[in-house]
Design a protein around this ligand. Structure first.
Ligand code: GLV
Ligand code: GLV
Length: 323
């Protein structure tokens, strides 16, 4: 019997959470992928040796979470890692460069969604949206007035990282009459927002600080105790980027001691673990890393991952190369 699978290139696909049996990509895209390739699911990183396929046949990996270096080391003929995310902090890019393994990400497609979430969190924290919602649901409205909130617009907004996402947040914020400033490695040419070369100085001059930069060795724990102190007891911190950019212990301590006004957090240092102290704070809103989690965007993201894989096997230029 002629087995077509023998002729198909082999693609390894990580599930989004270790041990999860959930579909790692939107179903329709997975179907197309399975038609073209021999698809193997990596549910657990540790049992890679137990895969039913010889590891030397695997030439592509679709990454949905941390990619351990020993996983890449065990795949001698790996040629591409297509990351199902814009942030590539889950992949050792230097190692990939040395091995000439190509890496792609999914830039642009999630920018609007992530910027929307940043604005949502900013306004929700300042206006106590979640608490107000719980208040009505619990039937308190007939018994007592709801406490006053803080103004959500016309404030000083500081953006850490004026990349695609940071800029999309700034554009939205202009319509909320914010005064916009930013910090990054370099001042952006042609941008009228005030640039601060020092992050603490930006924080000291902001009512809201939004973290929108990539996680790199340089940005890890960039938002430290000094920055939180500068933002102060009336300040609001928003993070839609990566948890490790903030020193979370320092953040929790500042919130507990009321040295920081409030926070809206979509990402965490050790997600899905969330510090217990954060769970019961009225001035903190938590979301489970859902910046780009809309049907519309996830469809486009999955298609971009698929197109990069197709281009790689066809020997064509990759659509969104990182390495
Ligand atoms: C999501 O966090 C992404 O990097 O796309
Ligand atoms: C960062 O990766 C961005 O898209 O702004």
């Amino acid at each position: 019997v002629h087995d077509q699978n023998l002729e198909k290139e082999c693609v390894l696909v990580q599930t989004p959470v270790v041990g999860s049996k959930l579909h790692p990509l939107l179903g329709s895209m997975l179907h197309i992928l399975e038609e073209r390739y021999s698809v193997i699911y990596l549910v657990d990183d540790v049992d890679v040796a137990a895969l039913r396929t010889p590891l030397s046949t695997i030439r592509a990996l679709i990454a949905r979470r941390e990619v351990p270096v020993d996983l890449i080391e065990s795949l001698p003929n790996l040629g591409i890692i297509a990351n199902h995310a814009v942030g590539t902090n889950n992949i050792d890019l230097d190692y990939c460069r040395r091995r000439a393994i190509r890496v792609t990400n999914t830039p642009d497609v999630g920018t609007d969604d992530v910027a929307d979430l940043a604005i949502l969190l900013m306004l929700a924290v300042r206006r106590k949206l979640c608490k107000a919602h719980e208040f009505v649901r619990a039937g308190f409205w007939e018994k007592t007035p709801f406490p006053l909130a803080s103004k959500g617009s016309g404030l000083r907004l500081g953006i850490l990282g004026l990349g695609r996402i940071g800029m999309a947040i700034a554009k939205r914020a202009e319509n909320f009459k914010y005064t916009i400033s930013y910090h990054g490695r370099t001042q952006k040419p042609g941008v009228s927002y005030t640039f601060y070369s020092n992050l603490s100085e930006l924080a000291a001059n902001s009512d809201i600080l939004v973290v929108a930069c990539s996680l790199t060795d340089d940005t890890k724990h960039l938002v430290c105790e000094d920055v939180l102190e500068a933002l102060g007891p009336e300040g609001t911190l928003i993070n839609i980027a990566r948890g490790q950019i903030i020193n979370e212990c320092a953040l929790v301590k500042a919130l507990v001691e009321k040295r920081l006004g409030g926070a809206g957090l979509d990402v965490f240092e050790d997600e899905p673990y969330v510090h217990k102290e954060l769970l019961n704070m009225d001035n903190v809103i938590l979301t489970p890393h859902v910046g780009s989690s809309t049907w519309e965007t996830r469809k486009v993201m999955a298609k971009l991952v698929q197109d990069n894989i197709d281009a790689f096997f066809a020997g064509k230029p990759l659509l969104t190369p990182v390495v």
